[in-house]
Write a protein that binds this ligand. Structure first.
Ligand code: TA6
Length: 304
C-alpha cells in the first residue's frame, strides 16, 4: 500500500483519536485502536488481532519477540485466523497448515465508535485466483471485532458459491501469562480430547488443565466457557464462545520452541493458546448462500 492509499484508508475508516491505520513495517498495515476502555492493534495481514490491553490490565494477548511481520509468513502470537481448515490439510500435506487466510492481505469494510465508546472494526477477504488454486470455492470471510474492556471477535464464513462446501478453522488465541507454572485452565473437566502429543490417542480430561510439558489437545464436544486462572498476575481470563464444539489447548514447551524460528527459546513460559475452533469432526457444512459465525469473547478480570 502506498502513502496515498494509506491516507485514503484513514479518510474512509479512520476514527479521530480512536483508530488510525499505520504502516509499521514495509507493506505491513495495522489499525491502531485506542479508546477509553483499551488499546489494540489489528493487522490487515491475516485479519490478525496482534494485541489487546484493557486499561489497568497487563496485555491479554501474547506476541513473540521473534515474530515475522512480512508477506507469506503468519504472525506468531495475538489471534491468528485459521481457515478454511484447522491444522494440516485433511488430504494434501503440501497445502499450508491452518489454511491460507492468515498470510493473506484483508480489506476493511467498516469501522465505528459504539455508544459505550468501544471501537468496532470489520475486515474481510474473499476468493481470488490465488485462493481458488488452494481451495476451489467462492467465499467471503469477515473478521468483526469490538474492542472495549472485553474483546469480542466474530469470524463469519459465507458460501458465495452455487455448490456446498465444508470449512473448519480457529481463532487461535495466544494468551499472555505470568508463568506457565502459575496457570490453571478451567472449563474442560471431564471432556474427551485428542492428544496430538500422544499420537492422537483419545483421553478424558481429569480436573483442571495444568501445563507441565508439550501440550497439543483438541477437546471434543464442548461448548463450555474456559477460564485461565493466573496466580502470578492475580487475574483470570474468561473465554466464552459461540458456533464452536471444540477447544484447543497448546503450548510447544522446550524442544518445539527451540525448533520454531519465530519463537524465542524461553517464550513457552509466558504464553498459552486456548483456541476457539471448528476442528476435527467439528467442521461446518455450508450450503450456497449460507453463513456460519465462530465467536470468541475474551474477558480479563483482576483478582486483586
Ligand atoms: O493449535 C495447535 C496447533 O495446531 C499445533 O499443532 C501447533 O502446530 C500450533 O498449532 C502452531 O501452528 P503453526 O502452524 O502456527 O506453527
Amino acid at each position: 500500500m502506498n502513502n496515498t492509499e494509506l491516507v485514503k484508508l484513514n479518510q474512509k475508516y479512520g476514527i479521530r483519536d480512536q483508530l488510525e491505520f499505520k504502516e509499521i513495517f514495509e507493506g505491513f498495515i495495522i489499525a491502531d485502536i485506542r479508546n477509553p476502555h483499551a488499546e489494540a492493534t489489528v493487522a490487515l495481514h491475516g485479519g490478525h488481532i496482534m494485541s489487546f490491553k484493557p486499561r489497568d490490565h497487563e496485555p491479554v494477548l501474547w506476541l513473540s519477540r521473534n515474530s515475522h511481520f512480512k508477506a507469506g509468513k503468519a504472525v506468531r502470537g495475538g489471534v491468528p485466523v485459521c481457515w478454511p481448515w484447522f491444522a494440516d490439510h485433511p488430504t494434501d500435506p503440501d497445502k499450508p497448515a491452518h489454511g491460507f487466510v492468515r498470510t493473506a492481505i484483508w480489506s476493511v469494510s467498516e469501522s465505528e465508535t459504539l455508544k459505550d465508546e468501544s471501537t468496532r472494526l470489520k475486515l474481510f477477504i474473499s476468493d481470488s485466483e490465488e485462493t481458488m488454486k488452494l481451495w476451489p470455492h467462492r467465499f467471503r470471510l469477515e473478521m468483526d471485532c469490538t474492542v472495549s474492556d472485553i474483546l469480542r471477535i466474530k469470524l463469519i464464513s459465507t458460501n458465495m458459491d452455487n455448490t456446498p462446501f465444508t470449512c473448519g478453522g480457529a481463532l487461535h488465541s495466544y494468551f499472555n501469562i505470568s508463568s506457565i507454572s502459575n496457570i490453571l485452565i478451567k472449563g474442560l473437566e471431564g471432556c474427551p480430547y485428542i492428544d496430538k502429543v500422544a499420537q492422537g490417542r483419545r483421553k478424558v480430561q481429569d480436573g483442571c488443565v495444568s501445563v507441565k510439558g508439550e501440550t497439543d489437545r483438541i477437546y471434543l464436544d464442548t461448548t463450555a466457557d474456559c477460564i485461565i486462572e493466573d496466580s502470578g498476575m492475580h487475574r483470570r481470563i474468561g473465554i466464552s464462545k459461540n458456533g464452536s464444539r471444540t477447544t484447543v489447548v497448546w503450548n510447544p514447551w522446550i524442544d518445539k520452541a527451540r525448533k520454531m524460528k519465530d519463537f524465542g527459546n524461553d517464550e513457552y513460559k509466558r504464553m498459552v493458546c486456548v483456541e476457539t475452533t471448528n476442528a476435527d469432526t467439528d467442521v461446518i457444512p455450508l450450503a450456497p448462500g449460507s453463513t456460519h459465525t465462530l465467536e470468541s469473547i475474551i474477558r480479563p478480570e483482576s483478582l486483586n
